[in-house]
Write a protein that binds this ligand. Sequence first.
Ligand code: G3P
Ligand code: CA
Length: 290
Amino acid sequence: MHARVVAAIAAAVLGTAAILLSPTSDARAGEAGEVTVVAHRGASAYAPENTLASIDKAAQLGFTWVENDVQRTKDGKLVVIHDDSLQRTTNVEDVFPGRAPWKVKDFTAAEIARLDAGSWFSPACTGTRVPTLQQYMRRVEHNHEKLLLEIKNPELYPGIEQQTLKLLANEGWLDHAHVGRLVVQSFSADSVRTVHELKPAVVTAFLGMPSMAQLQRYASFVDLINPSYGSLSQGYVAAVHAFDGPHGRPLGVFAWTVNDAATARKVAGLGVDGVITNKPDVVRAALGSD
Ligand code: G3P
Ligand code: CA
């Protein structure tokens, strides 16, 4: 199983090996040995999660793979935020005190744009905003980054898969040059299957750990199985690798959320292809690329 699974899948999708990244460009992409390191919600240990600052920080640390979470506002705009409520990561309680429980879906994009999404993390980050997906994609492009995009809580947002793909297409992210730079994932298998059916060329991932008996079915619409690291075993990783995904390449495994050196080494030893982490620098150092 080749660890540079996304690039390999991209090559399969395009029917050419030209998209395969060189070892040099892979190193710049944040690879630690054979394991791809993904900055979870950006480099979220060091900057407010899911903000432009967090993906700038990942780039500064030398990582190109970043992960985010996409949801939808009351007036139908896609925004980048993890929780279904604005409460934890913004000052919404101060700005809109009468609007509990402060659900993302109950606020307009203009209202969310007024919120501070940095002061909860650090006073130095005051003024940071919740990015729209369009703003976020433009910064990812500007930073020459690659994106593991999570459709979060899709059951709350009917049609979010099609809407997200349309925005990605409008931003140029579904063209051939971007195939190796994008993975769309969700905890909802239905949501991932919808993405695959709408745009079969897009590389997809399921967040979770299907039983070994279910893997063959998942392999018809996902390229990656991305489980929490806690319940992972070498046997399960090998079982995933034994199936070919929809693009004719072995399924890959990206484990989350690994934030310390010992766990990173342990998880890498299970044979995973990627590690999703709030501290990409710690994982890179642990896996010996520095
Ligand atoms: O990418 C894996 C991870 O993001 C899944 O969990 O809750 O952080 O979105 P969560
Ligand atoms: Ca996520």
